[in-house]
Design a protein around this ligand. Structure first.
Ligand code: RFL
Ligand code: PHB
Length: 391
């Protein structure tokens, strides 16, 4: 098979890139190691910045997001037994975020890809990338035991943190920066109405908690947990009891509980790989960087990487290599800002095992300053809704 761009991974980064390129007349194949149902079954992000919303519109897949997504003009911070609202609209000149699950974004993109008759290979095994340091890269994979080869102009590594693309780059061509946090998030999805109409981020002596949602009838909740915790040890009852303890009395009383429909533990990590281009191989999304989920930036960063890459490839086929030459630097400046925000927001909302009494006092003081100083609140608000694109 021959295509212009071979895309590895059918997460939001790969599928959105495929859709943007399709609309620009550039042909692609998407190679995914998992099944379609497996990809759709992963419960992950929930919050879209306006930039991501605009991009899904540009890709022609925004209809259901506008119909079903929930537009939020703020979040609540909970600490010391009380909640404090951060009003994004007031602090950022009217900016808001849209609550719409990554699963739904993925489904919309998969449907659009199928409707356009574009090729996606699910359950592609042993995907490997070759010759990306020259003009004729190749991708090999097995499907149902049969070997296939794709020749292409470019390879887009949209295969997530554990993917094959970053791992195929010579180690001395790559610099990596990483922080692994000493805790994880235990998440529960339930068919229950959200406890509050906006997200609640809670810093409690028992640990961080987050109340999020997918719709007016479906909730997503998280509690900070230790890294050696096992999902099997968390009955629904234990989860609800723990969550309730970490909320203010009013939210605790309002919490509607029910059977979980998904329960999982995710470790927290900050990670950046530089650069994001190696000849004709580009990394995008989680393949190049990870943020702790506290700032809700992972999916949004994947979307902006892909936006930059799609525009760069369109420019390339129109005769200019400036876009592909600047791809890595352009993405990385935005990525590092999101890394900083996600690290900072994590650091003030979570309980760190070894920060001591002084560290705890610093957190208290920072949260207090944050909700009482319009300048500090604005720093949170403008980062959360998404910094402007650096054109
Ligand atoms: P993905 O989604 O991991 O997709 C990569 C795809 O590549 C496939 N793959 C391969 N395919 C072929 N060959 C191989 N060798 C392959 N290796 C891997 C995988 O099967 C997969 O289908 O990466 P992508 O597309 O870059 O998207 C990134 C986002 O998924 C991620 O950043 C977000 O989910 C992060 N995140 C959040 N981001 C937000 O913007 N807002 C949020 O509210 C938010 N909440 C979250 C999150 C992530 C979480 N977890 C579980 C890490 C909440 C959580 C709990
Ligand atoms: C989610 O709804 O899954 C979610 C929302 C906000 C975050 C992280 C995850 O910061």
């Amino acid at each position: 098979m021959r295509v212009q761009v071979a895309i590895i991974g059918s997460g939001p980064a790969g599928l959105l890139l495929g859709q943007l390129l399709y609309r620009a007349g550039i042909d692609t194949v998407v190679l995914e190691q998992r099944s379609k149902d497996y990809v759709l079954g992963r419960i992950r992000a929930g919050v879209l910045e306006q930039v991501a919303v605009d991009l899904l519109d540009e890709a022609g897949v925004g209809r259901r997001m506008h119909a079903e997504g929930l537009v939020h003009g703020g979040i609540e911070l909970c600490f010391g037994g009380a909640r404090h609202r951060i009003d994004f609209e007031q602090l950022t000149g009217g900016k808001r975020v849209t609550v719409y699950g990554q699963t739904e974004v993925t489904r919309d993109l998969m449907d659009a890809r199928a409707a356009a008759g574009l090729k996606t290979v699910y359950e592609a095994e042993n995907v490997s990338v070759h010759d990306f340091d020259g003009a004729h890269p190749r991708v090999r994979y097995l499907k149902d035991g049969v070997a296939h080869e794709v020749t292409c102009d470019f390879i887009a590594g949209c295969d997530g943190f554990h993917g094959v693309c970053r791992a195929s780059v010579p180690p001395d061509a790559l610099s990596t920066y990483e922080r692994v946090y000493p805790f994880g998030w235990l998440g529960v999805l339930s068919e229950t109405p959200p406890v509050s109409h906006e997200l609640i981020y809670s810093n409690h002596p028992r640990g961080f908690a987050l109340c999020s949602m997918r719709s007016l009838t479906r909730s997503r909740y998280y509690v900070q947990c230790s890294l050696d915790e096992q999902v099997e040890n968390w009955s629904d009852q234990r989860f609800w009891d723990e969550l309730r303890l970490r909320l203010d009395p009013q939210a605790a009383a309002a919490l509607v509980t029910g059977p979980s429909i998904e329960k999982s533990i995710a470790p927290l990590r900050s990670f950046v790989a530089e650069p994001m281009r190696f000849g004709r191989l580009f990394l995008a999304g989680d393949a190049a960087h990870i943020v702790p989920p506290t700032g809700a930036k992972g999916l949004n960063l994947a979307a902006t990487d892909v936006r930059t890459l799609a525009h760069a490839l369109v420019d390339f086929y129109a005769g200019s290599s400036l876009g592909i030459d600047h791809y890595s630097a352009r993405c990385l400046s935005r990525i590092w800002r999101a890394e900083r925000f996600s690290w900072w927001f994590t650091s003030i909302t979570h309980r760190f095992p070894d920060s001591g009494e002084f560290g705890r006092k610093m957190q208290e003081s920072e949260l207090d300053y944050l909700v009482h100083s319009p300048a500090a609140s604005t720093v949170l608000a403008e980062n959360y809704v998404g910094l402007p694109l650096d054109e």
